[in-house]
Structures are given as C-alpha cells and as structure tokens.
Design a protein around this ligand. Structure first.
Ligand SMILES: [Zn+2]
Length: 172
C-alpha cells in the first residue's frame, strides 16, 4: 500500500495529488496534518471508503476502492428496474412495446425483428458486469456487438447515396 505524505505540500497541491494517485491505484494511505472534512466528503461522494485515525500529531487516511453495490448505479436502472416504453418500428413505424432491459423484439405489425437501444452505461462502465450481473451483461454485450456490426456500413452507404443524389441534382 502506497503511503502518501502530503504534510509539507502547499494546500492547493494536496488534494489534486491525492486524486491523481487514486486514479493510478484506487487505494491509498494518506498522511495529513488534520482531518480534511471536504476531502473526505468528496471521496465518499465518489464511492471510496475512508477510515481516519489520529496518530500522534497527524491523521492517517485509509482510502479504499469504490464500493460497488449491485444496482446502485443510476445508469443500470434501465436494466435492473425495467420500465415499459413505446418505440416505433424502424420499418413500418408501428408502435412497439418494449421493456427497457429488452434488447430484441418483434414488430407485431410487420414482423420485423428489432434491436432496441439500451440507454445505459453498461457498454463502457468497468463495473457493469458486477452491477447488472454476469448473465445480463453477457446477453446485452452479445447483442450490442451484433448491432455495432450491422450499423457500421450504413453511414458510408448513406454518404454515398447523398453524394450520388447531389451529383444527379447538379446535372439537372
Ligand atoms: Zn414494423
């Protein structure tokens, strides 16, 4: 465990240094003159656990990794506490009901299979697996991969079509 002594640093240097070190290791012991109330509040807001102990004429802070409480992340709410939502079928425009944790569905009107957008941080959050659970995570990531693969050639194609259209318009 790295021990960072900030006692001889200027006031404006202390906190940035602590956060910089935490970005590297997520765990740190800090030696500081007095109990830094605003710093502790900030750390707790960011999910760290902080233990303070008075040791002689200084205070030792034991800052530990953010605690992941499954389901606490607001970004996972759409997955863990799904709500019913109405989306429009990309083909026929009919209204399709979906739960916010559903990734695939079928349009009742035209029968098209629809891959829904999942509005959540689980695509990029490093704690997502722990947060929503392995099974849900794997399932969603699998569909996301398919969706990404499907959407890749489309923007180019659209650009091409637009160019062609402009060409034709210029000619007439
Ligand atoms: Zn449809």
């Amino acid at each position: 465990m790295e021990v960072l002594d900030v006692r001889n640093l200027k006031r404006e240097e202390k906190y940035p240094l602590i956060f910089e070190k935490l970005r590297e290791s997520e765990e740190l012991d800090v030696i500081i003159e007095t109990e830094p109330t605003p710093l502790i509040k900030r750390l707790k807001d960011e999910g760290y656990s902080v233990t303070t102990t008075q040791q002689g004429d200084y205070v030792k802070l034991e800052i530990r990794k953010p605690e992941i409480v499954p389901g606490r992340c607001p970004g996972a709410a759409t997955i863990l506490r799904p709500k019913l939502e109405i989306v429009n079928c990309p083909d026929c425009g009919a209204e399709v009901e979906r739960w916010t944790d559903e990734i695939k569905g079928t349009c009742d009107n035209c029968g098209r299979e629809i891959i829904f957008d999942i509005d959540s941080c689980i695509e990029w959050c490093e704690y997502a697996k722990k947060c929503v659970g392995d099974e849900k995570y794997e399932k969603i990531m699998e569909v996301m991969k398919v969706k990404e693969a499907l959407s890749r050639p489309l923007p180019d194609l659209r650009k091409y079509i637009r160019k062609e259209r402009e060409k034709n318009e210029n000619q007439t």
